[in-house]
Ligand binder design. Structure first.
Ligand code: FAD
Ligand code: SF4
Length: 603
């Protein structure tokens, strides 16, 4: 399906979608989005020729005639959408895209009737809505996505937001959806670090100003949170996107009071937005079927097998429940007292609490499909052989990689398992060896009292990231207020280059900003000399330095644990390897779950 709708031919193709939705009794609107200066090619256009800080390309300024033509393009697109069977359209006026670029002084420095005073800058969206309403008729839904918080300098003020909302209502919009933050804003708006319903308050603020229904968005990922937003009077409707990638049956399960069975979006962005930026098809870390529904199919098996699964981490749990759902007899062995594997460590990192939801989902599914669970059992190859299993699936994960530094046996040296799993007491000054995702997560954990952030307090989040909750400033941004860090932390790496370069495109900058805001010092190109009572002796670019730290925490990667695999192979079995046991790639639950689901679909 083309991501554009400019011809009758394209409109016909959209009918596949609209008729499928209508056959299920649903309604569907299509979003019309012009990226303006965010487009990623040399011919982009914008109200003024001002390059976006997140784009390599500089836009060309639209002429008066081109603006009129663009307005009529919106109208034309809406008409084609109607023809394709959509019940309406959403006009994307937020997130820093073209319409938003007209509205804000930051990007609109024109001197003609489309620039200057606010009334001129909002003429573009008003005309689009007015002319679209005229063209599509009274019944067609028009949603206008209005940037209620720009979160950038020279963004809209609150009174401007209200003025625009009233004008958009008068122009004929049916509903107003909430837009939060431009893409170039340096404040996270959808990542897992953002507390649930963190921005519903701004939709609530607008409620009394207009009479058409308002829609709340961003980090609303469970039916319970959605209910809260409505019952607290923040909005009339809820908008979600990623939760439907994570679980296409979200609505059905909510209606049938089966919220426990919802595979919850953990806001990791790893397989949806990060894929988009890598020019890959979007999918979902917790649901690899998303956007691959015709390739990854779970059919009932005609020949049920006895299957042993070793390891109750994401890979083992994903495999076990799908294989059991298909009709196999599955036994899952887990060495520890609980399911979840490394996600039990991920879920205690401040800002990654959502990972607990994946464990909850899998537990529910394992019980629903009657997987035989054997906890507290570090199963051996002999036991597996005796078990007369048709198939053995090893999802036994990883072990921390050992590093060879003089003094590595010193009592002040720990690894990430000691800190996150065994809760060993850590001192006030810490050097972390390794700047991958786990090194970053351990640093984040150690910045908070007792390692754990009690709950995700919305207000604390807004204050820490400089969101002006009172909305006194344009763009609703203010100076971030950072609590004094409780530890002095250094993150060291041997290689040159920037820290965090291996982290996800759309979330790595957030993790890095959080640590730097809290004074974490990041050193690259480091030679490790020795660890002793004095601290950590290192050399950076030829300069010898002593870091007088209480602890050195090794987060230098992981290795697959292959002992079981090797001994089963020796005795002639052919076990399957999935997840970290197949390849240790640090933060890679995406591959672990993907492999598990594909193996379970075909076994
Ligand atoms: P594991 O999760 O390691 O599970 C293996 C399980 O096997 C363990 O429970 C273990 O006890 C059990 N086991 C081992 N041997 C035996 C045996 N002989 N008998 C019975 N049981 C056995 N990934 C991401 O994609 N995104 C993130 O944001 C992210 N954050 C992370 C944060 C932290 C702090 C950590 C530590 C990891 C994070 N990860 C993240 C990595 C992710 O958790 C792993 O990629 C994923 O857990 C691998 O899943 P797995 O099932 O292969 O292995
Ligand atoms: Fe949600 Fe992560 Fe799936 Fe994206 S990849 S839909 S953020 S769980």
């Amino acid at each position: 399906m083309a991501a554009k709708l400019t011809t009758k031919e394209e409109s016909d193709k959209h009918k596949i979608i609209t008729s499928a939705v209508h056959a299920e009794g649903g309604k569907i609107c299509m979003q019309i989005l012009h990226t303006g200066r965010y487009g990623y090619h040399a011919k982009i256009v914008a109200p003024s020729a001002i390059q976006a800080p997140i784009n390599f390309f500089k836009p060309k300024e639209l002429s008066h005639d081109e603006i009129l033509k663009t307005i009529s393009d919106y109208v034309q697109c809406a008409l084609l959408a109607k023809e394709a069977g959509y019940d309406g359209v959403e006009i994307m006026g937020s997130e820093g895209y073209l319409i938003n670029q007209f509205i804000a002084k930051r990007t609109n420095q024109r001197n003609d009737e489309w620039g200057g005073v606010y009334e001129n800058r909002i003429k573009f969206p008003i005309q689009i809505v007015e002319q679209t309403r005229k063209a599509v008729g009274k019944e067609c839904i028009i949603i206008y996505r209005l940037s209620m918080l720009d979160l950038v300098e020279d963004g809209s003020t609150w009174s401007e937001v209200v003025q625009l909302a009233k004008a958009i209502e008068a122009a004929g919009a049916t509903l107003i959806n909430t837009g939060i933050g431009w893409h170039e804003a340096r404040i996270p708006t959808i990542a897992t670090k953002v507390p649930r319903k963190a921005f519903a308050w701004v939709t609530k603020k607008l409620k009394s100003e207009v009479s058409i229904p308002l829609i709340a968005v961003n980090r609303i990922n469970t039916p319970k949170i959605a209910e809260e937003v409505i019952s607290e009077g923040c909005a009339d409707m809820i908008s979600m996107a990623r939760p439907f990638l994570a679980d296409p049956d979200f609505v059905l399960k909510s209606m049938e009071d089966r919220a426990d069975e919802i595979n919850t979006c953990i806001a990791c962005n790893q397989a949806c937005l990060d894929h988009t930026f890598q020019m890959k098809i979007s999918s979902c870390l917790v649901n690899p079927r998303a956007c691959h529904e015709t390739e990854l199919i779970y059919t009932t098996t005609l020949s049920p097998k006895n299957i042993a699964v070793v390891g109750g981490g994401p890979a083992g749990m994903a495999f076990a429940h799908i294989a059991a759902m298909r009709g196999h007899n599955v036994t899952l062995y887990e060495a520890s007292h609980e399911l979840g594997g490394q996600f039990n460590m991920a879920k205690i990192i401040p800002g990654k609490e959502e990972y607990a939801e994946t464990i909850r989902y899998y537990k529910t599914m394992l019980s629903k499909y009657k997987v035989k669970l054997i906890l507290n059992k570090k199963v051996t190859s002999e036991e597996l052989e005796k078990g007369s299993y048709d198939e053995i699936v090893l999802a036994s994960g990883v072990v921390p990689r050992k590093v060879n530094i003089p003094g590595i046996e010193h009592k002040k040296v720990l690894n990430y398992l000691d800190v996150l799993q065994y809760k060993v007491q850590v001192g006030k000054t810490v050097a972390i060896v390794g700047a991958g995702g786990i090194g970053f997560d351990v640093a984040e954990y150690l910045l908070h009292t007792n390692g754990h952030r009690e709950t995700q307090q919305i207000n604390d989040f807004l204050v820490e990231w400089g969101v002006d909750h009172e909305y006194h400033s344009a763009g609703a941004i203010t100076k971030p207020q950072i609590k004094s860090p409780i530890r002095e932390i250094f993150i060291l790496k041997r290689s040159t280059g920037k820290h965090g370069a291996t982290l996800g495109k759309t979330t790595g900058w957030i993790h890095k900003a959080s640590l730097t805001n809290h004074g974490v010092k990041m050193l690259a190109d480091v030679q490790y000399i020795k660890i002793d009572d004095e601290g950590f002796h290192i050399e950076v670019k030829g300069e010898k330095i002593l870091l007088p730290v209480d602890n050195v925490i090794i987060c230098a990667g992981q290795e697959s644990s292959r002992t079981l695999y090797d001994s089963l192979k020796t005795s002639g079995r052919n076990p399957h390897l999935i997840g970290g046991a197949f390849e240790a790639a640090e933060l890679d639950a995406k591959s672990a779950i993907y492999q598990a689901c594909h193996l379970a679909a075909g076994i």
